[in-house]
Design a protein. Structure first.
Ligand SMILES: NC(=O)c1ccc[n+]([C@@H]2O[C@H](COP(=O)([O-])OP(=O)(O)OC[C@H]3O[C@@H](n4cnc5c(N)ncnc54)[C@H](O)[C@@H]3O)[C@@H](O)[C@H]2O)c1
Ligand SMILES: O=C(O)C(=O)C[C@]1(C(=O)O)C=C[C@@H](O)C=C1
Length: 367
């Protein structure tokens, strides 16, 4: 595939996002130069194949600012001044505050367009970067009042080149949306995981996949997230207020029940919470960001010793089964894990039969 993006592209901030973008562009042959406040972060990004270290007098066609949100407007403003022919974008997780900061400092925003790839990880830094991070993921394009059409086109091409799906948003609408689907989920995962610091050690030995699923992002970088949450505080508070009302109602029912499982109102209240959860989760779009789509699950026992996972994937490949998603569930101390392979519903029965024929223990047949 050939790139629409014309280089050189200067990436400022070579952590997870900046390095992933650099790697994806380099793979298409685009010239990429890298800059970061940290020399070691910069060297690692270069070693990961994200581009070369920016030389004195670099004259980029496009600058991508991938720094933490609280310094992003300043870095954008500097880039607009230092590179008068360049289009400048950023990938920060908040958009309105950056647009306001740029306006306040009198930046030339005709050459600036905000953006935000809805793809990332709970790990920071170039070491966690991945050239495929953005494939089939939404990439928000959020122009400011003065953004020129040409600048919007160039930023959209960047998103397409790295495999993402560009979506146009107003900065304010973006911030309200990500408060719901990204910022509050992060805070809820962190609050939930924080409650584990008060749990006795023997309780943690019973941890299962439900807890792991709900706390993966609690590994995220506190400094980065403090800047994200601080930059979208009003919208986040609004969503949290709704959750807090539901939580207080539930708590009230639990307290009133005083240990009686059939206390008046208790079952109805708990059912209401669970059903509302069912409704909410149904609204999350499928893996390509399109209409929700159900995959069939094939559950198979995977011995917890080297080589088995590789063999499982290879054998499914030999059966011409595309793995849409995969999770491995472990129980502490167990010699086996349960591999949950999500496949196209039409491929589920053949996949189960093939695996059984090849000596695997397939757990289900009913999904
Ligand atoms: N982590 C995610 O999942 C994710 C997803 C989408 C968007 N974002 C956004 O992308 C941006 C970068 O996030 P990340 O996860 O790559 O963070 P990161 O911590 O991995 O990388 C940030 C990099 O910016 C550098 N930096 C900090 N201040 C700088 C400055 N003034 N000048 C130059 N370099 C500077 C740091 O040294 C670091 O290498 C943030 O704005 C974040 O909101 C993150
Ligand atoms: O999948 C993850 O690990 C992420 O946290 C990615 C995620 C998200 O919430 O979806 C996190 C923050 C970003 O601004 C965009 C993407």
């Amino acid at each position: 595939m050939s790139a629409q993006t014309t280089g050189p592209v200067l990436i400022v901030g070579t952590g997870l996002l900046g390095t992933s973008i650099g790697m994806a562009l380099r793979r298409l042959g685009v010239e990429v130069e890298l800059a970061d406040a940290s020399p070691s972060a910069l060297a690692l990004a270069r070693d990961m194949g994200a581009g070369m270290i920016a030389h004195e007098g670099v004259d980029p066609a496009l600058v991508v600012v991938a720094t933490p949100p609280d310094v992003t407007a300043r870095v954008i403003d500097e880039a607009l001044r230092e590179h008068p022919r360049a289009i400048v974008t950023d990938v920060a997780s908040v958009k309105t505050i950056i647009a306001r900061e740029l306006e306040a400092c009198g930046a030339d925003t005709t050459r600036y367009v905000g953006s935000h790839p809805m793809a990332g990880r709970e790990r920071s830094g170039a070491g966690a970067a991945d050239a495929d991070l953005f494939r089939q993921r939404p990439w928000v394009i959020a122009p400011v009042a003065g953004s020129a059409e040409r600048a919007i086109r160039i930023v959209r091409s960047l998103a397409l080149d790295v495999g993402a799906l560009p979506l146009d948003y107003r900065a304010e609408d973006h911030d309200a949306a990500v408060a719901c689907v990204s910022h509050v989920p992060q805070l809820m995962a962190s609050l939930l995981a924080a409650s584990l610091t008060r749990a006795p050690q023997e309780a943690l030995g019973l941890s299962g996949q439900g807890l792991r699923d709900s706390t993966r992002i609690a590994h995220s970088d506190p400094r980065l997230w403090a800047a994200i949450v601080g930059g979208n505080s009003r919208e986040i508070a609004e969503v949290l207020r709704g959750i807090s009302r539901d939580l207080l109602d539930l708590l009230h029912s639990l307290d009133s029940a005083a240990g009686d499982p059939l206390a008046p109102g208790l079952v109805a209240q708990v059912t209401k919470v669970l059903e509302a959860g069912n409704d909410g989760v149904e609204r999350i779009p499928g893996k390509h960001g399109g209409a929700p789509r159900r995959y069939a699950e094939v559950s198979v026992l995977v011995p917890d010793t080297p080589g088995h996972l590789g063999r499982l994937f290879t054998e499914l490949g030999e059966a011409d089964v595309n793995i849409e998603d995969f999770a491995l569930e472990h129980s502490a101390g167990a010699p086996m894990g349960v591999g949950r392979v999500l496949v196209d519903p039409a491929a589920a029965a053949p996949a189960r039969a093939w695996l059984t024929d090849h000596g695997w223990t397939v757990l289900d047949g009913a999904h």
